[in-house]
Write a protein that binds this ligand. Structure first.
Ligand SMILES: Cc1ncc(COP(=O)(O)O)c(C=O)c1O
Length: 581
C-alpha cells in the first residue's frame, strides 16, 4: 500500500458526535449559517448531467431515465415514481465507495454528507435545514407525525374520505394505542353518538372522523367548506393531502391549515406527491394548493351558492414576468369539458399560475438557520411529509419529514438508536446500520431539477396534461373528476367511456382492476384505473419524458378493450380496493 504523501495530523480529542461516530456533531453542522458552511466534496465524481439545461422535454428527456420506453407506455409516474439515471448511478457509486472501506464511510463520512444533502433539500423547499430530516418513505414520516400529535382517549383525528388508505389504518392504530388497547385488538365500545360522521373503516372502534367528499367538485372551496362544517370541536389532529392519491386532486392546504389553526388543531400535511409536482416554500407554509377569493368576474371562477367567487388554484400570489408562451399556446388548445373556462381564461390563468411559480422559485430560499418560520403565518402546518422517490425522481428509500420548530420536542423516531435524545437531526440521521445511499443520491435528483428548472418542468407537465385531457375527453365524450385548472397538478382523472368496460352499472373496483390488467398485460400501457362513485376513470400522470402520443396509445387501447366488449371474466370483488399508490 502506498504511504500517505504527508503524515496526517491527529489531535487528541474526545468523541464529538453521539455514540462513537468519528465525525463532527451533526447538530453543529446543521446549524452553520449558509454563508460559512463548507460542503464536503463527494469522494468520487458524481454522474455528469451534461448540458441538460438545454434539453427539450418529452422524447429527449427519455435518456435521463432507465424506463423501458421501447416496450411500455408509461403514464403512471404517480404510483411509485421512477428514479432518474443520474440519481440511480450516484446511489451505486455510494455503495461501491462504502464497500471499498466500510468503516471510513460509515463512521467518518456518512453524516457530514447526509447533512450536506439535508441542506440542499432545505434550500430546495424553502426550509430551515434544522427543521427537516430524511426518513425512508412517506409512510414512516406519517407514522412519526401521528404519534407526535399526542392523541389521547376522547380526541378526534380528522381526515377526508379521499385521504390515503394506509393513513386511515395509522389513525386507527394510533387511537387504539392511545386508548391502551393496542392496534388489532377487539373493538372498543361505540364512541359518543355522532362522533363518527361516516362510520369510518371500523365503526365504533375509534374516534376518527372522515369528512365525506362527493363529486363532482366545482372548486377547492367545496373542500374548505366541508371541513369547516364537519371537523368536530375535539379534534386534536387533522391530516390533509397535498395531492390525493386515488383522485389526484391538489388540495387547498393553505386554507385548510389556516382553518385548523384558528381552531387550535394540529395539522399534518401528507405531501407524498408534493415534492417536485408542486412548488414548496415551507417557511411560508406553501406545501399544496391554495386559492384566492376574488371579487373579479373571471368566467372560470367557481361560484358557490354562498356567493363566493373563487380564483383558480395557484400556489403563490405575487405576479412576475415569465416566458410561458409555449405553455400558453399548448393550453390554448385545451378543451376541458369539465371546466367552465373559456380558452382565453385558461390561457390567462395558466400564465398567472406559472408566473407565480417562477416568482416563488426566485424568492428567498436560503437555508440560513434561525428557524425563520414566521409566527404570523397561520397557514404553516405542524408536520409535512413528502417522498423524494416520486416526482423528484430520487432513488426509492428517500423521503423527508419537516416539523415546525415548536413541535420538534414532541417528535420521536420510530426506531430508537444512538442519536436518540440528542436533537431532532440526531434523532433521525441514523436508525441502525443499513444502506443510506438513497438519501445521499437524492443530491443528483435535486441537481437535475435545479438544472432543468422546476417552473419550466411544471409548465411542461401541466401543458401536456391539459392536451392529454382535451384529447381523451373529446375522444370519449366524458369529463374530468374536478376542474382542471383549479385542482390538477401533474395528474388528472379522466372518465372512461361507459360502454363496454364495466360489467355492471354502477361500475365496481373489480371492473377497474380488470381494465387496468388488460391495459398492462395486453396493451403494455401502465396506467391506473379507478372506480369513483360507480364510474371508471383513468388517472394519467405527466412527467418530463411523456409525450402526447402516450395518451393517444392509451385512448386506442381503451377503445379496443371497449370494442371487444369482453368483461365477462369477472372475478370476486377486490377485498381491499384502495390501491397502494
Ligand atoms: C397520498 C399518499 N400518502 C402516502 C403514501 C405512501 O407513500 P410510501 O409508500 O412511499 O410510504 C402515498 C403513496 O403513494 C400517497 O399517495
Amino acid at each position: 500500500m502506498a504511504p500517505p504523501s504527508s503524515t496526517p495530523v491527529v489531535t487528541r480529542t474526545g468523541y464529538q458526535n453521539f455514540g462513537s461516530f468519528f465525525t463532527e456533531n451533526v447538530e453543529d453542522l446543521i446549524c452553520i449559517p449558509k454563508d460559512s458552511y463548507i460542503a464536503p466534496e463527494p469522494p468520487f465524481t458524481p454522474p455528469s448531467l451534461g448540458d441538460i439545461a438545454t434539453l427539450d422535454f418529452g422524447e429527449p428527456c427519455r435518456q435521463l431515465f432507465n424506463i423501458d420506453f421501447e416496450n411500455w407506455t408509461f403514464i403512471n409516474h404517480g404510483a411509485f415514481g421512477a428514479v432518474c439515471r443520474a440519481a440511480h448511478q450516484e446511489s451505486n457509486q455510494w455503495r461501491e465507495h462504502c464497500e471499498s472501506q466500510p468503516l471510513r464511510f460509515l463512521d467518518r463520512q456518512l453524516f457530514p454528507h447526509m447533512v450536506r444533502v439535508m441542506r440542499e433539500m432545505a434550500d430546495f423547499i424553502g426550509a430551515d435545514p434544522r427543521d427537516l430530516v430524511f426518513v425512508p418513505n412517506a409512510t414512516t414520516g406519517l407514522n412519526v407525525a401521528i404519534q407526535a400529535a399526542g392523541l389521547r382517549p376522547g380526541d378526534t383525528m380528522y381526515m377526508l374520505n379521499i385521504g390515503y388508505g394506509s393513513v386511515k389504518k395509522m389513525a386507527q392504530a394510533a387511537l387504539a394505542a392511545a386508548a391502551g388497547r393496542g392496534a388489532g385488538t377487539a373493538p372498543a365500545p361505540a364512541p359518543a353518538p355522532g362522533a363518527d360522521i361516516t362510520g369510518g373503516e371500523a365503526p365504533g372502534d375509534i374516534n376518527v372522523v372522515y369528512g365525506e367528499v362527493t363529486f363532482p367538485l366545482s372548486s377547492p372551496r367545496d373542500i374548505v367548506d366541508l371541513v369547516a362544517a364537519t371537523m368536530p370541536p375535539n379534534t386534536r389532529l387533522a391530516v390533509f393531502d397535498s395531492v390525493t392519491s386515488n383522485t389526484a386532486l391538489v388540495m387547498p392546504v393553505s386554507e385548510l391549515t389556516r382553518l385548523c389553526k384558528s381552531r387550535g388543531v394540529q395539522v399534518l400535511i401528507d405531501g407524498a406527491h408534493a415534492l417536485g409536482q408542486l412548488h414548496l416554500d415551507m417557511r411560508r407554509g406553501i406545501c399544496g394548493g391554495t386559492y384566492h377569493d376574488s371579487g373579479s368576474s373571471s368566467s372560470n371562477s367557481g361560484t358557490k351558492g354562498d356567493g363566493h367567487q373563487t380564483r383558480p388554484l395557484q400556489q403563490v400570489g405575487s405576479p412576475a414576468t415569465a416566458s410561458v408562451s409555449s405553455t400558453a399556446a399548448t393550453v390554448e388548445a385545451v378543451n376541458i369539458a369539465a371546466a367552465t373556462a373559456t380558452a382565453a381564461d385558461v390561457v390567462a390563468d395558466v400564465v398567472a399560475d406559472v408566473a407565480a411559480d417562477v416568482a416563488a422559485s426566485a424568492g428567498p430560499q436560503g437555508s440560513a438557520p434561525g428557524n425563520l418560520v414566521s409566527p404570523e403565518l397561520d397557514c404553516v402546518p405542524d408536520y409535512f411529509v413528502s417522498n423524494c422517490h416520486k416526482w423528484l425522481c430520487a432513488p426509492r428509500g428517500s423521503a423527508i419529514l419537516w416539523v415546525a420548530p415548536n413541535r420538534q420536542a414532541f417528535v420521536r423516531p420510530l426506531v430508537v438508536s444512538h442519536g436518540s435524545g440528542c436533537g431532532f437531526t440526531s434523532d433521525f440521521i441514523w436508525d441502525g446500520c443499513r444502506d443510506y445511499a438513497p438519501y445521499l443520491a437524492t443530491s443528483s435528483a435535486l441537481a437535475l431539477w435545479r438544472l432543468l428548472g422546476p417552473p419550466r418542468i411544471r409548465a411542461y407537465c401541466r401543458g401536456l396534461l391539459g392536451e392529454a385531457v382535451a384529447l381523451l375527453t373529446a375522444r370519449w365524450g366524458t369529463t374530468m373528476l374536478a376542474p382542471f385548472l383549479q385542482m390538477c397538478g401533474c395528474m388528472a382523472l379522466v372518465e372512461l367511456p361507459r360502454a363496454g368496460l364495466a360489467e355492471t352499472e354502477p361500475a365496481t373496483s373489480t371492473d377497474a382492476k380488470y381494465v387496468q390488467d388488460l391495459l398492462h398485460h395486453v396493451h403494455a400501457v401502465e396506467c391506473p384505473v379507478k372506480c369513483i362513485q360507480g364510474r371508471l376513470y383513468v388517472r394519467i400522470s405527466v412527467h418530463i419524458y411523456n409525450i402526447l402520443s402516450d395518451y393517444e396509445r392509451l385512448a386506442e387501447a381503451v377503445d379496443r378493450i371497449a370494442a371487444s366488449n369482453s368483461p365477462s371474466q369477472a372475478q370476486a370483488p377486490d377485498p381491499d380496493p384502495a390501491p397502494n399508490e
